[in-house]
Design a protein around this ligand. Structure first.
Ligand code: UN1
Length: 478
């Protein structure tokens, strides 16, 4: 069934004149949604609506904000199965992954409902007699949110829930390939009683995101996407002194040491590198393996990778769904060619797949014997492709892991407390994982990277208050 989507502006569903189609990547004959393709006028209307709603929303009792977010969270959780199916139909991750992501979105709203009630200010003693100091965490204004297609409901949730919880209003532009899942979130927020203009969602091409970033009525921008676009967003925001937060790529290393539990190491490499079709910025894509375990690890992982069932995202037997679109599929195949052209050995996968339904399927690939500085080990692939790098010991492994421009997530498989602790302290990444996959994070703790992966304050959990509020320091004498 094809849905017809609308913009959500100022409490109204705004019909589009020239809709574009969004298709199911597991079966490209199926049109999932017809989507508005807005431009500058739509951006202006949405920002005006958000500005008009800001004074009342920012002054509303925190209990009002709690009630809305809590209800949104409950509704999402109640509808997780149906929304998860829509997500999988539209994005291509498997049904359990789709339903799981929807659950995460619901939990995020519940978490930030609580944050709305928590006291984030402080009382401090002045250095001067008779003077009292308070700090308040105040709402900032209108937040422009630009979200990616790979987590089409969880990332809109983790940006909009804290924005709303702390009294800001929102204009969100979701990514082109996954509009129906995002629109379902907007419908829920409306149905749960969000006041007019507090939450606005607009659809359009990449150029529309640029208009949102440049709009003088937008006080702050949070972006998740590629590094290329993220840098432009950052520069444009900075040019007019808007607050900005960027979450961009990763080239996440997973170190496997000689003393690792082999079965565990293979399981976390398989999960981190291939699940969700490798389309996670936290995916493990560089497997850095020490000499004594290298051949056993590569053989054991290759066996598991070769056995992965690739297919229609909605088929219960499927373990790996398709790429989101043709471009992403071709990107994986291109990088496999680049890696083998640079001397890598294709251990398994990489062939083109023809299945019952026409879709953007990629045969998961493992490439061994790659060099640390090859393009396959420095550029983000964003597909079910991983490469291994052989190293002699932990010190070399850490040095390789710390090379490159990204620093989002990093993992190590080891039974050694000494190496695990050293790694936690000396790995330059925003998130470190010991005997856990680099991808798959909790929803109630900070998320973000170092080096080229992220810019600005951390997202999620107790850290979100930094970006979504501003501090006022109040002095009084009596
Ligand atoms: C996860 O690994 O659970 O776009 C989340 C991404 C990240 C989210 C990853 N911002 O892939």
């Amino acid at each position: 069934m094809t849905q017809t989507l609308h913009h959500f502006i100022g409490g109204e569903r705004v019909v589009a004149d020239t809709p574009v189609e969004s298709r199911n990547p597991s079966d490209t004959n199926e049109v999932v949604a017809r989507v508005p393709n807005g431009g500058e006028e739509v951006v202006n209307a949405a920002v005006d609506a958000a500005r008009a709603a800001f004074p009342a929303w920012s002054q509303a009792s925190p209990e009002v904000r709690f009630d809305l977010l809590d209800k949104v969270g409950d509704t999402i959780l109640r509808r997780a199965k149906e929304l998860g199916e829509l997500l999988s139909r539209e994005e291509g991750k498997t049904l359990p992954e789709g339903v799981g992501e929807v659950g995460r979105a619901g939990r995020i709203f519940k978490y930030f409902a609580g944050e709305a009630l928590r006291r984030h200010g402080q009382n401090l003693d002045s250095t001067r007699p008779g003077v009292e100091i308070q700090t308040y965490r105040e709402a900032v204004g209108v937040y422009g949110l630009i979200t990616p297609w790979n987590f089409p409901i969880a990332i809109p949730a983790w940006k909009s829930a804290p924005a709303l919880a702390f009294g800001n209003t929102v204009v969100i532009k979701p990514a082109g390939p996954t509009p129906a899942t995002a629109a379902a979130l907007a419908e829920i927020i409306y149905e749960c009683g969000a006041p007019k203009g507090v939450f606005n969602m607009i659809f359009g091409s990449g150029g529309m995101g640029g208009k949102l970033v440049d709009h003088p009525g937008v006080d702050a921008i949070s972006f998740t996407g590629s590094q290329l676009v993220g840098r432009k967003v950052g520069q444009a925001a900075m040019a007019r002194q808007a607050r900005v937060q960027l979450e961009m790529g990763g080239k996440n290393p997973l170190i496997i040491l000689d003393d690792a539990d082999l079965e565990r190491a293979v399981a976390i490499a398989l999960d981190g590198s291939y699940f969700a079709t490798g389309q996670r910025c936290t995916a493990s894509s560089r497997l850095i393996v020490t000499d004594a375990i290298h051949d056993r690890f590569v053989a054991a992982l290759a066996e598991k990778v070769a056995a992965l069932r690739v297919g229609n995202a909605l088929d219960p037997n499927t373990q790996i769904g398709p790429a989101v679109n043709q471009e992403q599929m071709e990107q994986s195949y291109n990088y496999i060619d680049i890696a083998t052209g640079d001397g890598g050995r294709l251990v398994t996968g990489g062939g083109r797949l023809k299945l019952d339904t026409p879709g953007w399927y990629v045969q998961p690939a493992l490439i061994a014997d790659t060099h640390r500085d090859q393009r396959i080990n420095t550029e983000e692939v964003f597909g079910p492709v991983a490469s291994t790098i052989r190293v002699k010991d932990y010190d070399e492994a850490l040095e390789v892991a710390n090379s490159g421009e990204f620093g989002l997530s990093a993992g190590i498989a080891t039974t050694s407390l000494k190496y695990a602790r050293h790694f936690q302290r000396h790995m330059r990444a925003g998130m470190t994982m010991v005997n856990l996959a680099t991808a798959g994070v909790d929803y109630h703790v900070p998320f973000g990277g170092s080096k080229g992966s992220s810019y600005g304050a951390r997202e999620q959990g107790f850290a979100a208050v930094e970006f979504y509020t501003q501090t006022k320091t109040s002095y009084s004498w009596s």
